[in-house]
Write a protein that binds this ligand. Structure first.
Ligand SMILES: [Zn+2]
Length: 281
C-alpha cells in the first residue's frame, strides 16, 4: 500500500468499494480500524466484567492477582487485565490478599513454582514491613487473626485437606500446622478468573441470568477425565512459571467451556461454564 488512505477514499464517491481490486486492502484496513474504534468505544461506555454494571469510570483489574505471580515471572509476560469497578476491585483485592496469606503460608519458600510467594505471605503479617504506623498496626492485627486460626496437631489430618496442600506423606513431622482457607473465597476467585478469561479471549461478558459457572476443587486422581477432555480439545497457555490456563470451548455453543487454572502447580481450579438450563435454546 503506497497511496495515502485519503487519496484512495476520494477515488469512489461512496468510499472504498469491495469490487475494486485497488480498494480491497483498504477495505480490510477500514474494517480493522472500525474494530479498534468499537473496542475503544466499549471501554469508554464501560461495562464491568464482574458485576456487569455500566459506567464511564473504568478501572483495570488483574485477571490473576498481580501479587500471585512468582518473582521470576519474566517482565515480558503480560499481566492480563479487564475492566472493573472500584467496588469489585476492592472486594476481590481483599479476598485475594486473604487467600494469598493463608495459602502462601502453606507453600515452601523453596518451591520453584512459587518463588517469593511464601515470603510475600509472611511479609503481609509482619508489622516491621509496614510503610507507616497505620500499616504496621493493620499487619499486626492481621497477624493476630491468622495466628488464632492456626492449629497445631500431632497427626497429619486425613479429612478436609485442600487438594495438593496436604503434608508430604514421605516426611514425618513431630507435629503439623493447619490453617483454614475459606471455601467461599476460593470459589469467588475461580469465578472471577473465568469471567476475566472469557472477556480476555472472547471480549464478551458472562450474563448471570443466562449462564452459570461451576467451580470445583478436585484431587488429581478425580480430575483425570476433565483434564484429558480439556487437554484434548483445548489449549494451554503459560503465564510465566506460576500460572497455567487450559481452556476448551465447545464448537456448537461457545458459551460452554471447561477451564483448568493451575497456580503454583498446586492450586488447581476446575471450572465449567455453561448456559443455564432455561436458556439452552
Ligand atoms: Zn463491579
Amino acid at each position: 500500500m503506497t497511496a495515502p488512505v485519503d487519496d484512495r477514499l476520494t477515488s469512489h464517491s461512496s468510499g472504498p468499494s469491495k469490487s475494486c481490486a485497488f480498494c480491497r486492502p483498504l477495505n480490510s484496513y477500514v474494517s480493522l480500524k472500525m474494530k479498534n474504534q468499537k473496542k475503544e468505544q466499549r471501554y469508554k461506555i464501560g461495562r464491568y466484567v464482574h458485576c456487569l454494571e455500566q459506567s464511564n469510570e473504568i478501572n483495570d483489574d488483574h485477571i490473576f492477582p498481580s501479587a500471585w505471580y512468582p518473582d521470576d515471572t519474566p517482565g515480558t509476560v503480560e499481566r492480563w487485565t479487564i475492566p472493573c469497578c472500584v467496588k469489585c476491585n476492592r472486594e476481590h483485592g481483599a479476598n485475594e490478599q486473604e487467600l494469598l496469606i493463608r495459602m502462601g503460608l502453606c507453600i515452601s519458600p523453596k518451591d520453584v513454582r512459587a518463588t517469593g510467594v511464601a515470603f510475600r505471605a509472611l511479609r503481609s503479617i509482619s508489622p516491621q514491613s509496614g510503610k507507616n504506623n497505620r500499616d504496621k498496626s493493620a499487619r499486626q492485627m492481621k497477624r493476630v487473626t491468622i495466628l488464632k486460626d492456626i492449629e497445631v496437631v500431632k497427626n497429619s489430618p486425613v479429612f478436609g485437606i485442600f487438594p495438593n496442600f496436604g503434608a508430604d506423606p514421605t516426611i514425618h513431622y513431630d507435629d503439623y500446622t493447619v490453617i483454614n482457607v475459606p471455601a467461599g473465597g476460593l470459589i469467588k476467585l475461580g469465578e472471577k478468573i473465568v469471567r476475566g478469561l472469557t472477556y480476555h479471549f472472547e471480549r464478551r461478558f458472562i450474563e448471570k441470568e443466562k449462564e452459570q459457572i461451576d467451580i470445583f476443587f478436585l484431587q488429581d486422581q478425580d480430575a483425570a477425565e476433565i483434564v484429558n477432555l480439556a487437554k484434548r480439545y483445548g489449549e494451554s497457555i503459560h503465564r510465566g512459571p506460576g500460572i497455567l490456563v487450559t481452556r476448551a470451548v465447545t464448537t456448537d455453543d461457545t458459551r460452554a467451556a471447561i477451564f483448568i487454572i493451575e497456580i503454583w502447580g498446586r492450586l488447581k481450579v476446575y471450572a465449567l461454564l455453561q448456559p443455564k438450563r432455561n436458556d439452552l435454546s
